[in-house]
Design a protein around this ligand. Structure first.
Ligand code: AMP
Ligand code: FE
Ligand code: FE
Ligand code: ZN
Length: 272
């Protein structure tokens, strides 16, 4: 039987708008057989997804999307099959989530400098449990009427390199890759087409990176071809997913990028 998978989905534990259970219900409804839950710097959503896996007949791959920083820019590293019950890993992630909170205070301060007055508590309330991030901040900016759209919040103020953007993540890409490996996960570079040139990929391979996310909504056809070829040539694992944030990105993206179960099997076989 043909099976299909969406290997990059967010929940309310990071900046998605669907709870883990809602993610599972939706995945089942649209006929997905397997999803990877990859929240930003948090694994706390995996348990409740796994609990309803049988009910919905959707396999859950425990994952993470770790945020690293290099040259003042963000790099996202996916980790597939991480041990989400590993106490040391969980504690490390909690530290990173704490740094994310501190970063919100700094961005709120910068926004004050351009006349946008927000309370950090409102951002934390918008994020709920788990990790807080720019999408929550953008939502509050919109709610308070400072921007008309989430997009405007990013393009004018808090997008990468914009005036009120603060990088300040605790990890380099090398460290993020090593954290994932320590948690028995398979590190894969998320959406390289958004953020990086190929040199960075080769650098990260030396740190233990195993693959690249070839299929992603923000990879145009030419980029997909480029990364397919690169992965084949260098024997890298290939993944793909919708990066669904529920309604967080306007429309529900889940299922818009689907990969065949063969790629999941390759990932499974790559576990050591
Ligand atoms: P953070 O982890 O706090 O740096 O936020 C990164 C997240 O912000 C991404 O995963 C997206 O959810 C969101 N994001 C980044 N850039 C944009 C953008 N231009 N428009 C909408 N959302 C964005
Ligand atoms: Fe996000
Ligand atoms: Fe990402
Ligand atoms: Zn993502």
């Amino acid at each position: 039987m043909l099976q299909n998978a969406d290997l990059h989905v967010h929940t309310t534990l990071s900046d998605g708008t669907f709870s883990p259970r809602e993610v599972m219900a939706y995945a089942s409804q649209i006929g997905l057989d397997c999803i990877a839950i990859c929240d930003h710097d948090v694994v706390a959503g995996i348990k409740s997804a796994v609990e309803v896996s049988e009910k919905y007949r959707v396999e859950v791959i425990p994952g993470i999307e770790m945020t690293a920083e290099t040259h003042g820019r963000e790099v996202h590293i996916l980790g597939f099959f991480v041990d989400w019950q590993d106490q040391a890993f969980i504690e490390r992630l909690q530290q990173l989530c704490q740094q994310r909170k501190e970063r919100i205070y700094e961005m709120v301060d910068k926004l004050k400098g351009v006349g946008i007055r927000l309370y950090p508590i409102d951002v934390f309330r918008a994020s709920g449990a788990g990790s807080v991030g720019r999408l929550h901040l953008a939502t509050v900016m919109q709610q308070k009427g400072y921007v008309r759209t989430i997009r405007e919040a990013f393009t004018k103020y808090i997008g990468d390199g914009k005036p009120c953007y603060v990088a300040k993540f605790g990890l380099t890409p090398e460290e993020a890759i090593k954290e994932i490996i320590r948690a028995k996960g398979i590190p894969v570079l998320a959406h390289p087409g958004i953020m990086l040139n190929d040199d960075a990929i080769f650098e990260y391979l030396e740190y233990g990176l195993r693959g690249i996310e070839v299929y992603h909504p923000e990879h145009a056809r030419a980029k997909v071809r480029h990364y397919e070829t690169l992965a084949e040539k260098h024997n890298l694992l290939i993944t793909g997913g919708s990066d669904c944030h529920g309604f967080g990105k306007g429309r529900i993206l889940m299922g818009s990028i689907i990969v065949s179960y063969g790629l999941v099997e390759k990932l499974k076989n790559a576990r050591r």
